[in-house]
Design a protein around this ligand. Structure first.
Ligand code: GDP
Length: 333
């Protein structure tokens, strides 16, 4: 135990010193499902906590094909030119399907991945969204401790993962195509509502005029969807990720958003996120312990069948199972 805790201390020091291999080892530890690894990971994170929080945390979403990888690679290289160090993480619960994932593709962002000032980590595999999100949050903290001062969290704009990403970043950006005006309708309203920055990608060549039109349409659509906020009106910008245009404007918008939030605003946003994170840890842990408890496991299938068949009410079945979990006699009220 003694050696273990001094090992963790050493690993923490190496991470802070910017040792990439130590960072990779720390991430492997944090992503591990082994209970003893979990204990070490928690110790490591506790030790590194004072070194975290210094990065600009950005979320980026958009449908497959919109150009997320192209944008992140080129924008990342732009930021590195500005003297930044960039970590790119992904939240993609579907990446467990081997080979089927866009975000898991190893050849993505090859140029960026070769930069000593970039660190790219694919989505942790084989978990629920909740599991992927909690590990990604932790990996983001590790990267901050390692001195990466911009953390980009990427997700595919098709499902639930956007909310999870929005809950771990300072600014959530949505990438759109210079398509017709009804493109916004194709994206779930909830996702558009999360966007604090809209970037129309592929504003180049033949698509330049369409991009300008699309940007204007998105601007008015956003105004209808989200009534003008006194604090922050969602900017709609145009970029070309292949021609490396528009990045300065994107970064300026990110900076402006930070100024508008202010230090206190940013701190309270992150405080709320940390509290929500704690509750989701509690929920996940309770749920998995509940399902694994022998007294519950023995009755679970039967209870589900009884509820499905309408032989018992969901509330009564839940009470009975919870009673077993908590070691009480089944509640009869
Ligand atoms: P992702 O699925 O959102 O990660 O999209 P990718 O980054 O893989 O890009 C999808 C396709 O769009 C690729 O063929 C890219 O070369 C292309 N693409 C990405 N950004 C741009 C851009 O700014 N302009 C043009 N013309 N094509 C782009």
């Amino acid at each position: 135990r003694q050696t273990q805790s001094s090992n963790i201390e050493q690993l923490a020091e190496q991470v802070v010193a910017g040792d990439r291999r130590a960072l990779a080892r720390a991430i492997t530890l944090v992503e591990s499902t082994r209970p003893d690894h979990r204990a070490s990971a928690d110790a490591l994170l506790a030790q590194l906590l004072p070194e975290t929080g210094k990065a600009v945390r950005l979320g980026i979403s958009g449908v497959p094909g919109v150009g997320k990888s192209t944008f992140i690679e080129a924008f990342g290289l732009y930021l590195i030119e500005q003297g930044r160090r960039v970590a790119v993480l992904a939240v993609d619960p579907s990446s467990r399907r081997a080979g089927g994932s866009i975000l898991g593709d190893k050849t993505r962002m090859e140029l960026l991945s070769r930069s000593p000032d970039a660190f790219i980590r694919p989505s942790p595999a084989g978990r629920s969204l909740g599991g992927v999100a909690r590990r990604t949050r932790e990996v983001l903290l590790l990267c901050e401790a390692a001195g990466y001062d911009v953390g980009i969290v990427e997700t595919v704009g098709v499902g639930q993962s956007e909310t999870a990403v929005a809950e771990m970043v300072d600014l959530f950006a949505l990438l759109l195509l210079p398509g017709g005006g009804d493109e916004l309708q194709g994206i779930k309203k909830g996702i558009v509502e999360l966007a604090e920055l809209v970037v129309v990608n592929k504003a180049d060549g033949d698509m330049q005029a369409a991009a300008r039109r699309a940007a204007a349409e998105y601007r008015s659509a956003l105004r209808m969807l989200r009534p003008l906020s006194a604090d922050w009106q969602v900017p709609v910008l145009q970029v070309s990720s292949t021609e490396h245009r528009g990045f300065a404007e994107v970064w300026a918008a990110v900076q402006r958003h930070r100024e508008v939030l202010g230090e206190a605003g940013l701190a309270s946003r992150r405080a709320a996120q940390a509290k929500a994170w704690m509750w989701s840890e509690i929920e996940e842990e309770l749920r998995s312990r509940f399902a694994a408890a022998p007294a519950v496991a023995a009755r679970l299938a039967e209870a589900e069948a009884a509820v499905a068949a309408g032989r018992t009410t969901p509330a009564a079945a839940a009470q009975e199972l919870l009673g077993r979990f908590l070691g009480e006699a089944p509640s009869r009220d």
